[in-house]
Design a binder for this molecule. Structure first.
Ligand code: NAD
Ligand code: DAU
Length: 355
């Protein structure tokens, strides 16, 4: 079996669902169930004996030792993290704790477990670290997309904590020989995405008739990838990636934020027209994010060249599926908008004046 950390979050849950649907192997899913962890996303596999959920923290060394010894995984896919840039600006401490200290604790537990494995299992073992393109910093309008050799220039507490975790993973390979793989992916979107992030927030707010808050001038560029394509890339790298290597994952879909918001509005106008008029009337420019990175773009040619990976969805097909999913899963949305999430929205947008 494999061990997944953070498998109740957005990408982790999609990964667990896809893994159980496309392989015969079991998954132990270790997740602390922070505000971002949601077992409802895994409802369809709650009775599947191949999915074992362990409620716990990656900073808890004795729990990690116990889980590794009890389940003897052949690989670990490490998603668990604090992932929201705006939250990292309001409160960076939990990002340092989970992303840096948690990754360190997991690496140390894995090193002890892996060192004691018999030679054939030791050779086959893999530690797959799931990271982000944000570690490379921000691109100018004419710059080439990020390759795997781009300088690390993280600008937010979130990206700095992820960069630190990447460095730890690299060092544990270089120094101790731990068989690691790292993927650095661009912005994901799709089902089970928590509505604090741009695309799900715009869908959920539009349907509720609330303002659609666009930071600054809305011209920041992100490179969007449908979440299931990220999952297929991780499966490929885990199966056939070169040890110690990093692979950039992206969809060649660079779009300014304001275009994303207009696309979401146009799809909602088509699928669930509002008698009050186009959802675009709700677009509201608000104060910019401090230190806001202007542009991310991923050069994913290494992954394509070495492992023949390509995304299955274009942005047009992926965003249509995503909007449809949110319209069909209003119960999931209602449940995820718990008190905790509402509190965050009030803190974050309450003092963010319209500009
Ligand atoms: P998410 O915030 O939706 O989920 C994170 C999960 O980790 C949650 O289930 C949470 O409960 C769990 N978690 C948090 N702290 C924990 C701890 N101390 N111990 C155990 N579990 C803990 O995040 P996501 O968007 O699914 O991102 C998953 C990973 O992918 C992260 O490492 C993130 O940096 C990376 N990534 C995300 C994107 C993206 O666009 N969302 C893109 C590239 C890389
Ligand atoms: O690039 C990969 C990263 O993408 C991941 O590593 C992060 O975990 C993930 O959260 C995401 O980070 P971003 O900051 O790019 O995503 P977010 O959805 O928060 O914002 C996307 C863009 O939209 C960004 O330029 C900020 C802007 N934005 C966001 C929100 C929530 C708005 O204009 N309004 C909003 O209300």
């Amino acid at each position: 079996m494999i061990l997944v950390t953070g498998g109740a979050g957005f990408i982790g849950a999609n990964f667990v669902l896809d893994w159980l649907a496309s392989t015969s192997e079991s998954v132990v899913n270790l997740d602390a169930l922070t505000y971002a962890g949601n077992l409802e996303s895994l409802k369809s596999v709650s009775k599947d004996p191949r999915h074992v959920f362990v409620h716990g923290d990656i900073c808890d060394r004795s729990l990690l030792d116990r889980v590794l010894s009890d389940y003897q995984p052949r690989a670990i896919v490490h998603f668990a993290a604090e992932s929201h840039v705006d939250r990292s600006i309001h409160g960076p401490a939990s990002f340092i704790r989970t992303n840096v200290e948690g990754t360190f604790t997991l690496l140390e537990a894995c090193r002890a477990y892996w060192s004691a494995l018999p030679p054939n299992k030791k050779e086959a073992f893999r530690f797959h670290h799931v990271s982000t393109d944000e570690v490379y910093g921000s691109l100018g309008p004419q710059d080439a997309p990020f390759t795997e050799t781009h300088l690390y220039e993280p600008n937010s507490p979130y990206s700095a904590s992820k960069a630190a975790s990447d460095h730890l993973v690299r060092a544990w390979h270089h120094t101790y020989g731990l068989p690691v793989l790292t993927t650095n992916c661009s912005n994901n979107y799709g089902p089970y995405h928590f509505p604090e992030k741009l695309i799900p927030l715009m869908i959920v707010n539009a349907l509720a008739g609330k303002p659609l808050p666009v930071y600054g001038d809305g011209q920041q560029i992100r490179d969007w990838l449908y979440v299931k394509d990220h999952c297929s890339a991780i499966r490929e790298v885990l199966a056939r990636g070169q040890l110690g290597e990093t692979y950039n994952v992206g969809g060649w879909n660079e779009k300014p934020n304001i275009e994303i918001v207009h696309t979401v509005c146009a799809l909602l106008d088509e699928m669930k027209p509002d008698p009050a008029g186009s959802y675009a009337r709700l677009i509201t420019y608000v104060t910019d994010r401090p230190g806001h990175d202007r542009r991310y773009a991923i050069d994913a040619r290494k992954l394509e060249r070495e492992l023949s990976w390509k995304p299955a969805e274009t942005f047009e097909t992926g965003i249509r599926k995503t909007v449809r999913w949110y319209l069909d899963n209003t119960e999931w949305v209602a449940n995820v908008q718990s008190g905790n999430y509402r509190e965050w929205v009030n803190t974050h947008y309450g003092d963010r004046g319209a500009s």
